[in-house]
Design a protein around this ligand. Structure first.
Ligand SMILES: [Zn+2]
Length: 827
């Protein structure tokens, strides 16, 4: 029943993810308040979810400041609670979640090129992966472009090691950027593009959490703190600030951050780091945030300020004459920064007041660059003003419609136009930061796009509307929508996609010997009636049969799968296999991934159509492996790839007899945290070992274990971890069979590991255990608990916090060889 409800919610919400804003009078009034505030605030942290939505909502909705959140990363490194996407695809989901959160609290969203590569213990470790100079350049660029009066850091730059290294690093960079943004000699390219900028104040958004306890915070010296009452209730919106903040935070669904709104008084504390302490807890004190701040602004203020007082909630269009009067004045503002911001806000307000509905709908959900397609433009004038549509153009120049047409009162007007899809850079509707490969810690991005949350929409129209003697261009993204018999109106972005895409469904293929394997490759049409050849591009030493298949697909969206026979080389080797579709003279080798979630817009992502192929030099003993699933991992599939027969063991059915048939039994990650039945199964598992079996237990956290007895001898779990996947590994017991049979393990086997070495290692164990490996992160003492083995009766018990659950699915050869040794030890 719960599952059904959940699905229902998902579907319902999808309908609204892209729907156009249809503001009420109250919301129009709220937008007017924002128009009349001339000031900006920038919030800085490291990840999606770091941002304090209470403070952001307060700055937008109470102060009415132009507010943005600069998240240094897109959150690629975390877990995904709503689907299978990890790494860069998770980063795309979290980018969209941030954008949805900002739609609710009213802020804007920026990023840097820094990649959330995973956990780091301190900023020094972070800067080994992030290119400090480039990330710094991006923070400075964001400040120069956005020109905040105040900058607020989520984290403390003075306490490295007390939180995630990315967090402290974000604060360190922000503190430096606060000064460097004002110096033309620093990062001269963004200085030339946007000018230099000196924000007035820098704060650290502190709270009791940073002091360890509420009591310690009570007693702390707060002479340099500003406290802001943020518990505002907004009758115009019908919501309290805490309720808006919770709705915003609840968009972080991939992290499970659903949040319940609060009402009533609430305080935020900001410690002043730079600038003059503001009197009266007013963050913008002493900064002119009125129209008079701008040269030529006084006159605009005289027109726009009174509108708030005299706002007509029954008929917002009553203020249209004043808005139109201000339009040429704002268009002529000398200050180009504020001209651009205020013109955009004013145009939005003019459109909202006018009651005009504007929408451009494509005839299909995707087009190819250069393809001709049909766009239906609706322009319905529901206000009582005379409005003339003078033209519809493509932003790149071509005129689609140019007959002056008066939009009659409340008559639905449709214009059917033929349009050619633009051939732009970037060419396709796909995240720009994934176009070129980056490094572990950095994304690549074209200079012009750095900082942008998304790839700019390629397909748009500009509708010029004439109000009296003033003509205003309104830009609309071309969208796709359809009517669903159950859901009603469903919106999607129009995607510009390649003519053909390919896919290799298996992303990592392991070959344990030199036998060939069948490999599936599919080709998908991005346009009607397309034909060509599909072939596999193999790494040196690998061969694919047949050389190619001819394909011919009739309809856009149609796909066909072909089987190739892939033969590995005779010796250990790894490489990248690509699926390529040749159409005419052009090779297409991108895979199309679509992300469909209720709370974010439909997303298309183009990735290299590739798979990692690994020929292992591996020996193994034993065949039948029993697997007890924990929190979920792909180890069983990986073991099957190297030829093991893996069966899932139902933890409720564990008995002495049921385990007998297995050569080894493996516990999935966090099994002792997530499988309640294991509280009662341990005696059987111990007995299985006693009788000659091998039990391998992968990592568990020491919090909330279903039993303390997860081994035949005493073993204490800790939070020790080694996050640096390149850290040196010492062989503590070089003669141990785990390092020698059937595979001789050498340093080479610890090369190419991903993400980390391991986590939650035991730090105490009884004398029966032998520690096999020593390792540590820079500056930390050596850990010896990553791989422990003990003889018990006739069998072996192994506990390992090594991150096999990451390494095996990533096709890391050394991890396979070591795992095979663990499975083989009793044989
Ligand atoms: Zn964070």
């Amino acid at each position: 029943m719960r599952i059904l409800c959940f699905l229902f919610l998902l579907i319902t919400a999808t309908v609204f993810a892209q729907a156009p804003k249809k503001p009420t009078s109250s919301e129009i009034y709220h937008d007017l308040q924002k128009l009349n505030f001339i000031g900006s605030a920038l919030y800085v942290a490291a990840h999606p979810d770091d941002e304090n939505t209470r403070l952001i909502s307060y700055l937008v909705n109470e102060v009415h400041a132009n507010t943005a959140y600069l998240s240094l990363t897109r959150g690629d490194g975390g877990q995904n609670l709503i689907g299978p996407e990890l790494r860069e695809l998770l980063g795309v989901i979290r980018t969209e979640e941030l954008l949805e959160a900002r739609k609710i609290d009213g802020g804007q969203q920026f990023f840097t090129r820094a990649n959330d590569f995973g956990y780091s213990k301190n900023p020094e470790e972070t800067f080994e992966f992030w290119d400090r100079e480039k990330v710094m350049a991006d923070v400075v660029r964001a400040i120069r472009k956005f020109r905040p009066d105040i900058v607020i850091n989520r984290f403390d730059h003075r306490s490295p090691g007390s939180t995630h290294g990315h967090h402290t690093a974000s604060a360190i960079l922000s503190v430096e950027a606060f000064d460097e943004a004002a110096q033309a000699t620093k990062f001269p390219r963004s200085a030339a593009e946007f000018g230099t900028w000196q924000p007035q104040r820098l704060f650290f958004n502190t709270s009791w959490w940073f002091y360890g306890s509420k009591e310690k915070f009570e007693k702390a010296d707060k002479s340099n703190h500003v406290s802001v009452e943020i518990g505002t209730f907004f009758p115009v919106l019908g919501l309290s600030n805490g309720e808006i903040a919770a709705m915003s935070r609840s968009k972080h669904k991939s992290q499970g951050f659903g949040s319940t709104g609060t009402r009533g008084s609430e305080k935020e504390y900001l410690e002043l780091l730079k600038g003059v302490k503001p009197p009266d807890n007013d963050l913008f004190a002493g900064i002119n945030t009125h129209w008079s701040r701008l040269e030529g602004g006084e006159e605009i203020g005289k027109i726009l300020n009174p509108l708030e007082k005299n706002f007509n909630f029954k008929q917002p269009s009553a203020m249209l004459p004043q808005l139109l009067e201000a339009y040429p004045l704002i268009s002529n503002l000398k200050d180009s920064h504020w001209r651009e911001i205020k013109l955009k806000q004013l145009k939005q307000l003019i459109w909202e007041c006018s009651g005009i509905f504007l929408e451009a709908v494509a005839s299909e959900n995707s087009v190819n660059p250069g393809e001709e397609y049909t766009v239906s433009v609706e322009a319905t004038n529901r206000g009582n003003n005379r409005v003339v549509l003078t033209s519809i153009t493509d932003p790149k120049g071509s005129i689609l419609y140019n007959q002056s047409t008066e939009l009659p009162y409340n008559i639905e007007e449709q214009f059917t136009l033929s349009k050619t899809a633009n051939q732009l850079e970037p060419e396709y509707t796909s995240p720009y930061w994934l176009e070129e490969p980056g490094s572990v810690g950095m994304y690549n991005a074209p200079e012009a796009l750095i900082g942008l949350p998304e790839t700019p929409v390629q397909e748009q129209v500009i509708l010029e509307l004439q109000f009296g003697d003033i003509t205003i261009p309104f830009t609309r993204n071309i969208i796709y929508k359809y009517n669903d018999p159950v859901e009603g109106e469903v919106y999607r972005p129009l995607a510009v996609l390649p003519e053909v895409t390919t896919v290799l469904p298996e992303k990592v293929m392991i070959f344990a010997d030199n036998h060939s394997k069948k490999v599936s490759a599919a080709v998908r049409a991005g346009e009607n009636n397309i034909s060509g050849r599909l072939f596999l591009e193999t790494p040196p030493g690998w061969t694919a049969q047949p050389a190619y298949y001819d394909f011919s697909l009739g309809h856009k969206g149609e796909s066909e799968t072909f089987q190739f026979e892939l033969t590995p080389p005779a010796i250990q080797n790894e490489g990248v296999l690509r699926a390529v579709a040749k159409v005419g003279d052009i090779n297409f080798s991108k895979e199309l991934v679509t992300l469909q979630y209720a709370h974010i817009p439909h997303n298309t992502v183009l990735l290299p159509s590739a798979a990692k192929v690994v020929r292992l030099d591996i020996q193994k003993k034993g065949n039948n492996i029993g697997y007890i699933n924990g929190a979920g991992d792909a180890i069983p599939e990986s073991l099957k790839q190297i030829g093991y027969n893996v069966s899932t063991i139902d933890p409720a059915a564990i008995s002495e007899e049921s385990l007998q048939t297995f050569d080894a039994i493996v516990m999935g990650i966090r099994a002792y945290n997530t499988v309640p039945q294991l509280a009662f199964a341990q005696p059987y598992l111990n007995e299985y070992v006693n009788n000659g079996g091998t039990l391998i237990v992968q990592y568990n956290t020491n919090h909330a274990l279903v039993t303390e007895d997860l081994a035949p001898y005493s073993l204490t779990l800790s939070r020790d971890r080694v996050t640096d996947e390149f850290s040196e590994v010492k062989f503590l017991d070089p003669k141990n069979p785990l390092l020698n049979t059937p595979n001789k393990i050498t340093q080479k086997d610890f090369e190419g590991w991903v993400q980390e070495r391991g986590l939650y290692f035991p730090n105490k164990w009884s004398k029966e255990f032998t520690p096999i490996l020593g390792m540590h992160d820079k500056g930390d003492p050596q850990t010896k608990g990553s791989l422990l083995i003990a003889k018990y009766g006739k069998g072996y018990y192994i506990y390992t916090g090594l991150s096999f659950f990451r390494e095996l699915p990533a096709g890391v050869p050394g991890a396979y060889r070591l795992f095979a040794n663990m499975l083989s030890i009793g044989k």
